[in-house]
Design a binder for this molecule. Structure first.
Ligand SMILES: CN1CCC[C@H](Cn2ccc3ccc(-c4n[nH]c(N)c4C#N)cc32)C1
Length: 243
């Protein structure tokens, strides 16, 4: 997978070259290029923003600069990317989104700042038949798109074959079966007077699986009843319903 990121703060994306993601890049599973939007300005001030039409607070990112940057970055690889524009006004980014994008050959992230990117940049890309996803990582307001890109790239890249040491880990993700993960424990058996649940030390794999499923159902019902309500009928078996 090729990932391009266009931003006015390239340094913000440096963590993408650390740890698991850094190893995925070193292993050739991911090609990452981060581009400075100001490379496509032509004035001495390298201006990337201007006052909003219709008035209002803040500044809007100029379409000319973004258009040139996107055209140039698109041309650097024959593969057509999904263009991702983080915005608080976007569709929710979920595990399902990450799984969908993990199948893409190429992702191109456009990081806005100020009050966002002139809407005509997205409209022009869509008008040329390019797939553009305007997505949000949550119901709160950030200062720009870079933090969202860190989140989304990690969520996607970890799903790529060969990235996680233990592929089963991704299969048992929270949300992968529609439920939150239950609690996890490791040694020692007792810590500050708190013991590991006995069933987990029983060696009874069926009982352990049932206990873990019950804890996932319990946690989901308590913290995310919306996820439980969204589960398809077939997702809960008789034992689940008895829980
Ligand atoms: C007051 N204004 C309101 C509009 C957005 C302005 C800041 N900003 C500029 C570009 C940009 C990109 C993403 C996000 C963002 N915020 N929250 C999320 N879940 C996001 C995501 N994905 C925020 C952004 C601040």
């Amino acid at each position: 997978m090729r990932i391009d990121v266009i931003t006015i703060f390239p340094g913000y994306l440096a963590p993408l070259r650390e740890a698991l993601l850094g190893r995925a890049i070193a292993a050739g599973l991911v090609d990452l290029d981060v581009h400075d939007l100001r490379d496509w300005t032509h004035d001495v001030h390298q201006a990337v923003d201007d006052a909003p039409y219709g008035g209002g607070p803040g500044m809007v990112m100029r379409p000319q600069v973004w258009g040139e940057a996107l055209d140039a970055v698109l041309a650097r690889d024959a593969r057509t990317p999904r263009i991702v524009v983080p915005t608080p006004a976007g569709r929710p980014f979920t595990q399902a989104t990450a799984q969908e994008w993990a199948g893409a050959e190429r992702l191109l992230f456009a990081c806005g700042r100020y009050e966002g990117i002139d809407q005509r940049v997205v409209d022009d890309a869509r008008g040329r038949g390019l797939p553009v996803d305007e997505v949000s990582i949550g119901d709160y307001v950030l200062v720009g798109g870079e933090a969202a890109v860190l989140v989304m790239v990690e969520a996607v890249v970890r799903l790529l074959p060969g990235v996680l040491g233990n592929p089963a880990s991704a299969e048992q993700d929270s949300f992968s079966d529609g439920l939150l993960e239950g609690p996890a424990y490791t040694r020692p058996e007792t810590w500050r007077g708190l013991a590991v649940p006995e069933v987990l030390r029983s060696g009874n794999h069926a009982a352990i699986a049932r206990w873990r499923r019950d804890r996932a159902l319990e946690r989901t019902a308590q913290r995310r009843p919306d996820l439980l309500a969204a589960l398809p009928e077939r997702a809960l078996d008789k034992a689940d319903r008895a829980f």
